[in-house]
Design a binder for this molecule. Structure first.
Ligand code: C5P
Length: 311
């Protein structure tokens, strides 16, 4: 049955981490071919979309990282709404309100997930009835990580990361995140990687079989030794002090420590939820980072929250 449009919709959308990130040599279009295993983690931004009678698109940002987010047309959520509006000749506009708990420019797809949430919200708000695969197609135009943020869970990403296929994963993993002061520009990290590696020796990207079998086993100890990130060396070259943060986490008992995506967020895998809390406390007290977060994965992608009950 067709779902009727609503005047206001809130969509919750997760952060992503890359459990494996294998990067090939740059393509002619400047993007790098990837073989990555994404996992969505329970750190969320909420996007509330309210319909407008005119065709304007506005955005306000509130929450932990609000001051770091642009509110002009470069905002990826605004671009997502504009893309839908122009593709489908929508005659209404939208006021977007983003509540951020995902670090900005932190290597956790915060902007991409806001774009994914906006696609889902405006699809309902404007009664477009687009299918998941139509939304995936638009998501790929907005950014390499946006299609994954729509589906969530654990998935293989190929192409420039936009071609996603679900990967089987058992159980729940417990992650801790050390959020750094300031962000890192993703293009800058990719170009640093190109400077660090002699290009003719770079192999095509591939997913580690050990990573896929660790996910099937559901065992954190097996996952810990299978994690990898080709962008880590580049992020550490640009921000050498992050090496100390990774080592601190390992010294405090993390099973593994790694840069998240293009950084500068550092991620740690804990053996269980109790150890994750202990590690988060130690990191918070260390003064080595701006903020510490803890989250489980995997979780689903962007989804509409039930409307609040009103009398
Ligand atoms: O796709 P997205 O807009 O998120 O990518 C941001 C930038 O990151 C790109 O402009 C490019 O410089 C770099 N990138 C890349 N290869 C990828 C994904 C991103 O070089 N597979």
């Amino acid at each position: 049955m067709p779902v009727p449009p609503s005047a206001q919709v809130t969509v919750r959308s997760p952060a992503k981490i890359n459990l494996g990130l294998s990067v090939g040599p740059p393509r002619p279009d400047g993007f790098h071919p990837l073989a990555t295993v994404y996992q969505a983690v329970a750190l969320y931004d909420d996007v509330t979309a309210t319909v407008r009678d005119d065709t304007d698109i506005t955005v306000e940002v509130v929450g932990d990282f609000a001051v770091d987010v642009p509110t002009d047309d470069s905002n990826l959520a605004v671009r997502a709404a504009r893309l839908l509006q122009s593709e489908y000749d929508v005659t209404e506009g939208v006021d977007l309100s983003i509540r951020k708990t995902i670090p900005v420019a932190g290597g956790m797809a915060g902007g991409s997930t806001d774009a994914a949430a906006t696609l889902v919200a405006c699809n309902r708000l404007w009664g477009l009835q687009l299918s998941q695969s139509e939304l995936q197609h638009l998501a790929a135009e907005l950014g390499s990580d946006v299609p994954f943020c729509l589906v969530g869970h654990t998935a293989l990403g190929q192409g420039r990361g936009e071609q996603v296929t679900e990967v089987m994963s058992r159980g729940t993993f417990h992650w801790v995140f050390a959020v750094a002061d300031g962000g890192l520009s993703t293009p800058a990290v990719y170009s640093e990687l190109d400077k660090l590696r002699p290009l003719r020796r770079v192999e095509p990207p591939e997913v580690s079989p050990a990573l896929l079998s660790a996910l099937l086993s559901g065992k954190a100890a097996a996952l810990a030794v299978a994690l990898s990130n080709d962008l880590q060396a580049a992020a550490l070259s640009l921000r050498p002090e992050l090496g100390g943060v990774l080592q601190f986490g390992l010294d405090q008992g993390a099973l593994a420590a790694m840069i998240s995506g293009s950084g500068p967020t550092c991620l740690f895998l804990a053996a269980d939820s109790r150890r994750a809390v202990d590690l988060a406390v130690e990191l918070a007290e260390s003064g080595l980072c701006r903020m510490v977060r803890q989250a489980e994965g995997p979780v689903p992608g962007a989804r509409i929250l039930p409307a609040p009950i009103t009398r």
